[in-house]
Design a protein around this ligand. Structure first.
Ligand SMILES: [Fe+2]
Length: 142
């Protein structure tokens, strides 16, 4: 499992979404690395990509709303990181469609997506949790 309980922020909705993102990315990596032919797995890969494009945007908006609610001072910087990620995902997706579903492109994307997710959730998002604890607003039911 890529997901670890220590990644929790203590905010039920956000933790649930993070866990789902990890679960999806893990399944995505497994599919990408499997021995099946590209033709056999391309449908599943495309479905995951479409899911990501929608889910990531929704999740980021929930996370930003929470940051705003607790007055997190790093919101603007954090939002910039989210926006860059959305831009990256949309850009890769466009390139991927134009290439006629190029396998190499998705292999590279899978690795980057996982690296980004782990770093972002384990480092950037944890800063939100630390702030909430310091300010004593961590358990204000969100
Ligand atoms: Fe975030």
């Amino acid at each position: 499992m890529f997901w670890k309980d220590k990644y929790k922020l203590g905010v039920a909705l956000i933790d649930k979404e993070h866990e789902e993102l990890f679960r999806r990315v893990e399944a995505f990596m497994k599919t990408l690395r499997s021995n099946e032919s590209w033709g056999d797995k391309v449908h599943e890969v495309n479905e995951t990509l479409e899911f990501m494009k929608v889910y990531v945007v929704e999740h980021f908006s929930h996370e930003e709303a929470y940051q705003k609610k607790i007055g997190y001072p790093g919101l603007e910087d954090h939002k910039k990181k989210h926006d860059e990620m959305v831009e990256y995902v949309v850009g890769v997706s466009d390139q991927y469609e134009k290439s006629g579903f190029d396998q190499q492109l998705m292999q590279q994307f899978g690795g980057r997506l996982l690296a980004w997710l782990v770093n972002h959730v384990a480092v950037e998002d944890q800063r939100i949790a630390s702030y909430a604890i310091d300010k004593g607003v961590a358990n204000d039911e969100n």
